[in-house]
Design a protein around this ligand. Structure first.
Ligand code: CMC
Length: 427
């Protein structure tokens, strides 16, 4: 195989090196295209543009493969816990018992949030969307931790990582407690990372906190499934913001904002709202399938389609099975689960969806599980953010350690040519 790609334009040939990844993926390195040929590549939405070489997550959309650091998502979801997966994503290897204990111990040490942060939270209206509140609070962390991270120092880098992993669940819990008019609290060091988060979110004053083990296990699995997804919109945002050497908290806060949109993480809330809408309308799935296919109608089947997966989303497969198990285990009956299954069945047999390779994505069934676990609908995307936190950290760390240059795409200008300025009176 040639290790060069040749581009011919107006009778002249240009050669570019080809980079091959460990899974055989090929990329043409066009670094010299502009200097040699005076051209740039144009790729709206970066649909076919690689922004980096990364060793964190491997995704093959044609075959429905997702691996973190070489481990299959199916294995991790079944056998690992969220904190182990976080360590794996960030540092590259599964931790041994000692490493894991130290990691969690250090995170717990950093789980206090400055009391002044409560005043900021207080300033938000109760109706504010939790994602907006979470992004703002995460950004505010920079004010209380002003020192910049010396990325050359392993210790400094580690400290920043355990800090955000320690404080983030507290912010998540406070966001939810504010919404529900509950007093702000702190966690319990004797509990695991996910159970502690759950306790902080749901503990009621004067009542003994109790939770079914299966709830924590289901939540843990959902967080693992959301933990990273290579160069998606929010991870790319985190990398882009971080590439200007903005700090970790600022970069993560930008990632949260990117995740919020309904085409990305906000889809999990949008799916439940869509399913509820279909139910309220009489449950005619066919009618909504027609709407989704109608190009004049802005309605899209939320939870369907993916930029990269063109066969099936392996996370959706695991989540669908999990939805059945969790609902049965908790004795919850949710009529929208049947509507979701009906929509999926119809879509899988429909020409429009088959031709465009549109399959259920991770968000199609996740909301049904979150709801069965007692998580309010407006908190769904916040749960996604918590799950994605290790991925964002891993992407940011890799980008900084590799000394990636500042992210700065080019454009093709299509605006007005030079014009003569006219004074207001002459316009
Ligand atoms: N319902 C109806 N038609 C769709 C849908 C959908 N959900 N998704 C894509 N299409 C059509 C689209 O109209 C286009 O048709 P045509 O070729 O005739 O113009 C074609 O399929 C390709 O779609 P696209 O918008 O060009 O694809 P994309 O890669 O730019 O967008 C997507 C991917 C996920 C944004 C899109 O499929 C979508 O909007 N899905 C619904 C929102 C959703 O569930 N988002 C969560 C993604 S998974 C969680 C995460 O990682 O963020």
């Amino acid at each position: 195989m040639s290790d060069k790609a040749i581009l011919e334009y107006q009778g002249k040939k240009y050669e570019f090196p080809v980079t091959e990844g460990t899974e055989g993926e090929l990329g043409i390195n066009i670094k010299t295209l502009r200097s040699e040929a005076g051209m740039i590549t144009l790729d709206r939405g970066y649909k076919n543009t690689g922004s980096c070489e990364s060793a964190i997550t491997f995704l093959n959309g044609e075959e429905g493969i997702l691996r973190y650091r070489g481990y299959a998502i199916e294995d991790l979801a079944e056998k690992a816990d969220f904190l182990e997966v976080a360590y794996l994503l960030i540092f590259g290897e599964l931790p041994n018992k000692q490493q894991l204990d130290k990691f969690y111990g250090d995170i717990k040490e950093e789980s206090e949030v400055d009391e002044e942060m409560k005043k900021i939270l207080d300033g938000f209206p109760k109706a504010a969307h939790p994602m907006g509140v979470l992004a703002s609070l995460t950004s505010a962390l920079t004010a209380f931790n002003p020192g910049s991270v010396d990325v050359e120092s392993e210790e400094d880098m580690y400290k920043a990582i355990v800090k955000i992993l320690g404080k983030f669940p507290v912010l998540v819990a406070w966001t939810q407690r504010k919404k529900n008019s509950l007093p702000l609290n702190y966690g319990d060091d004797s509990l695991g990372y996910v159970e502690n988060l759950h306790k902080m979110m749901f503990e009621k004053p004067g009542k003994k906190y109790n939770v079914d083990k299966s709830v924590i296990e289901a939540l843990d699995k959902l967080l693992i499934l959301h933990a990273d997804h290579e160069q998606n919109c929010s991870a790319s945002t985190v990398r882009m913001v971080g590439s200007s050497h903005a700090g970790l908290f600022a970069s993560i806060s930008a990632g949260i904002s990117a995740l919020w949109g309904p085409l990305h993480g906000g889809a999990n809330q949008a799916v439940i709202e869509m399913l509820e809408g279909i139910k309220a309308d009489g449950g005619d799935t066919h009618k909504f399938m027609q709407k989704a296919k109608d190009k004049e109608d802005p309605f899209r089947l939320m939870g369907f389609g993916h930029r990269v997966y063109k066969n099936f989303d392996p996370r959706a497969k695991i989540i669908k099975k999990s939805a059945d198990e969790v609902l049965e285990g908790l004795g919850v009956e949710d009529p929208v689960l049947d509507i979701a299954k009906g929509l999926e069945k119809e879509a899988l047999e429909d020409d429009y969806f088959v031709k465009r390779k549109l399959y259920p994505n991770v968000d199609f069934y996740s909301g049904i599980i979150y709801r069965a676990l007692g998580i309010p609908v407006e908190m769904f995307t916040v749960m996604f953010a918590l799950g994605r936190l290790p991925g964002w950290i891993a992407q940011w760390r890799e980008m900084r350690l590799k000394k990636e240059p500042i992210g700065r795409p080019r454009q093709i200008y299509v605006g007005a040519n030079l014009r003569e300025f006219k004074e207001v009176s002459e316009r």
